[in-house]
Design a protein. Structure first.
Length: 116
């Protein structure tokens, strides 16, 4: 709707729009039935960590990989911390860092054994 409005606005004002970069988020990775998402869930359960499916507000290369039809999932195992990824004064506590290492140790093993 927004793009249609912009296009109409440009047309009625004799303005040309040229996008330097345009991304259509119509190729999101499906979580249902994903063996990778299930593996992440198993690790979360074993560590009593609840996973939230969310879209990272910053830019990652995964959006371009998804455009090639390759599913992508990302994870930031930082619980009880403010979401400051790529923000000003980004930090991780020592306990959060160590917990993240334990999470990744289990996650790597679990993902390495996914039959996909």
């Amino acid at each position: 709707k927004f793009e249609a409005w912009i296009a109409e606005l440009a047309r009625t004002n004799d303005v040309t729009i040229q996008y330097k970069q345009q991304y259509k988020a119509d190729n999101l990775t499906k979580l249902e039935g994903s063996p990778w998402w299930a593996a992440m869930g198993r690790v979360g359960q074993s560590l009593s960590i609840e996973h939230d499916a969310d879209i990272f507000s910053g830019a990652t290369d995964s959006r371009w990989v998804r455009c090639l039809g390759i599913p992508c999932l990302g994870v930031s195992p930082m619980r009880n911390l403010p979401v400051l990824l790529h923000d000003h004064n980004e930090y991780v506590t020592v306990n959060g860092y160590l917990e993240g290492i334990r999470y990744y140790e289990q996650l790597i093993e679990e993902l390495a054994n996914v039959a996909a």
